[in-house]
Design a protein around this ligand. Structure first.
Ligand code: SPV
Ligand code: MN
Length: 651
């Protein structure tokens, strides 16, 4: 359950501003004439009360209102440089930002949902009682912006006026955070009031890095108040911990879709991209993958790239599934980004004319370098941990990489050559025909498979498993990653799953417009499929083939092989698609990739079943899918042994 506006609103309580008269008084006392004139354009009283509360609580030296004008954005860029949060690089428009060595990824152990007494939360996240969160905020946030400027910006998470867009306020003393906000989100200063009215809600985010010292990071907190849709972030700068319009507000959007729009809307950790099929038709995909599993690369394979991280989805009046990207930019991992796998992104990073904020890469002579860029590496430079030179080791004797594994680049998506900018800005969204789910799975599932119905599709999402990545501080091992959205699901998983089942089985979909739901896996290794060595069975650019096949399948242009786990592609169809990317596709490779490793799949089903049985209220439909698949797989094994050749299945 989720009850909005339940309990005390910590921000207005600690800030002490509860009505518009008090709010106006604070604004008049603390803003100069220029900024007062700007803020006076905002009429939403609740927003003004929250902003005034944040000012009262954080006690900055001054307040800057960012209207998104070129002049205001330039002020933010300069403030960030002045504060030393960013430094100019050799290339025009490029800057470097370093997060503290302890703050290189999401601080999951310091991230909490604020809950009310008696509320049930995701078993996969930490929660803190409202009273305890209040104590923390009362202790650490008053005066946290002393000596700094509080910057406030107004954004829309999605094109203005789109059905699933939700406005948000970003408040921070960090120029880097607001600079990033400008690249990643649509400034909607002029439309904020009408958007808050239309959507019936807005999100609020308050951040301060404080003195920005390593010794303060242990007391850093990332709090998400579910009931008041307000986030608080302290003593850190990594955008995943501080620019909470991104994952903080994504969590609120998941909550909102699950509890206030069940069966109508979804809020997903998904890319959105279009593929061009035969005759020039465009087919749009929305696909989930855990953080650090190639979601950005997959998205950019499309001919009509829309977004790489988040999707707001709904079913329109014609019974068509539609999606918008709540963002307009990319906060992408740079490790292994190179000319071969990511030509369009590389053109922005190494070419001229794109504004880029780099974070936590190596800087040598004003030029950024990173692991896996396919270029010659310098011997030394400055990186996330200070001076760096080839062969440098840390206190434990482990080699320090040239760039942190989670180092990133921030830029507007419209700079990418295949970005469908006009479509991305269309409030109608794009029509989505294919949903994909992927993880980092070295040994179990084939490169692509399609669910036979809605329930099986929901089960694919529910069953993602992935190796931990560097996007979370301290994460290790192979873990379940339901829908690749689990880190961002505030409520009970059972509630989220029910909402998925209702959505994908909805009778609102018109004839022929029910999306197909597929699994993707590009992480199989030779040694796990009858070959030798840890190398991957395939390469990055094969993604185009897997998506290309799904494009054909979605339109009924290819036949598939029916198996217990779903539909699998036929060899000849893939071979043709590989020829399209100038690659040979040996039959032996196909056989290695698509044989069913029954024991592994059954073990995966058992792992999921066991884990879900520990949750309350998981819908029976999930277990029904697992049981059916398991019994069919065991029957196959009985007949064919534990590795079932794809040729036997093709019949
Ligand atoms: C991710 O880790 O999934 C990201 C970056 O997209 S963060 O903002 O940290 O969530
Ligand atoms: Mn992400």
């Amino acid at each position: 359950m989720l009850e909005l506006r339940k309990g005390e609103d910590i921000l207005t309580k600690v800030g002490g501003i509860t009505d518009i008269t008090q709010a106006n008084k604070v604004l008049q006392e603390t803003l100069d004439q220029t900024n007062l004139t700007k803020i006076n354009k905002i009429k939403n009283e609740e927003a003004l009360i929250k902003i005034a509360s944040a000012i009262k609580m954080c006690n900055p030296d001054s307040v800057f209102v960012n209207t998104g004008s070129e002049e205001d954005v330039q002020w933010i860029r300069e403030y960030s440089l002045r504060q030393g949060e960013e430094k100019k690089l050799a290339k025009e428009g490029h800057t470097i930002h370093f997060d503290l060595p302890e703050d290189q990824a999401r601080l999951v152990n310091q991230t909490y949902y604020i809950i009310n007494e008696g509320e049930k939360l995701s078993s996969l996240a930490k929660s803190i009682l409202r009273t305890e969160a209040m104590d923390y905020i009362k202790e650490y946030m008053p005066g946290i912006m002393a000596g700094k400027t509080l910057i406030v910006g107004f954004y829309s998470r999605g094109p203005v006026a789109a059905k699933a867009s939700i406005p948000a306020i970003e408040i921070s003393s960090s120029g880097y955070v607001l600079h990033s906000a400008e690249l990643l989100y649509r400034n909607c200063f002029a439309d904020f009031d009408s958007e808050a009215e239309r959507a019936g809600l807005f999100f609020t985010n308050v951040h301060s890095e404080g003195p920005n010292r390593s010794e303060d990071v242990p007391k850093a907190r990332i709090f998400m108040d579910r009931s008041w849709q307000t986030t608080f972030s302290t003593f850190c700068t990594y955008a995943g911990n501080t620019l909470l319009m991104k994952k903080g507000n994504h969590r609120f959007a998941v909550d909102y879709a699950t509890y206030y729009k069940p069966g109508e809307q979804l809020s997903e950790h998904m890319f959105i991209t279009g593929m061009t099929g035969p005759g020039g038709r465009k087919t749009f995909f929305a696909g989930a993958a855990p953080s650090g599993c190639g979601k950005t690369t997959t998205a950019m394979v499309g001919s009509d790239f829309i977004g790489d991280d988040l999707a707001q989805i709904w079913i329109d009046e014609q019974g068509i599934m539609r999606a918008i990207n709540p963002e307009k930019g990319i906060f992408g991992i740079v490790e292994d980004v190179n000319l071969e796998g990511d030509p369009h992104l590389m053109a922005c990073l190494r070419g001229d004319g794109t504004e880029v904020i780099w974070s936590n890469v190596l800087i040598h002579d004003g030029v950024p370098h990173w692991v896996g860029n396919g270029e010659e590496a310098p011997e030394s430079g400055i990186n996330f941990q200070g001076e760096w030179f080839t062969g440098k080791t840390d206190a434990d004797g482990k080699p320090v990489p040239m760039s942190h594994k989670n180092s990133r680049c921030t830029l507007v998506a419209s700079a990418i050559a295949n970005h469908a900018t006009e479509l991305s800005e269309d409030p109608a969204g794009v029509p989505v025909r294919v949903i994909t789910y992927s993880g980092r799975d070295a040994d179990t599932m084939p490169p692509v498979w399609v669910a036979k119905n809605g329930d099986e599709g929901v089960a694919i999402g529910a069953s993602i498993v992935s190796k931990a990545t560097a996007t979370e501080v301290g994460a290790t091992g192979v873990r379940r990653q339901p829908w690749a959205n689990a880190p961002f699901i505030p409520g009970a998983l059972a509630d989220y799953m029910n909402a998925q089942l209702t959505f994908f089985n909805s009778d609102k979909f018109s004839e022929g417009n029910k999306p197909i739901i597929a699994g993707l896996n590009y992480f199989l290794t030779h040694e796990n499929r009858g070959g030798s060595g840890k190398g991957l069975l395939g390469e990055k650019r094969d993604v185009k083939v897997w998506l290309g096949w799904l494009e054909l399948f979605a339109h009924g242009d290819v036949e598939a092989i029916e198996t217990p786990i779903g539909y699998l592609p036929q060899y000849d169809d893939l071979k043709k698609l590989f020829a399209g990317i100038n690659k040979d596709y040996p039959k032996e490779l196909y056989e290695m990739q698509f044989a069913l490793y029954v024991d592994n799949i059954v073990a995966r089903i058992d792992l999921q079943t066991e884990a879900y049985q520990k949750e309350e209220g998981i819908p029976q439909a999930l277990y029904a899918v697992y049981e059916k698949q398991k019994s069919e797989l065991l029957a196959l094994k009985e007949k064919n042994g534990s590795v079932v050749e794809i040729n036997t299945l093709a019949g």
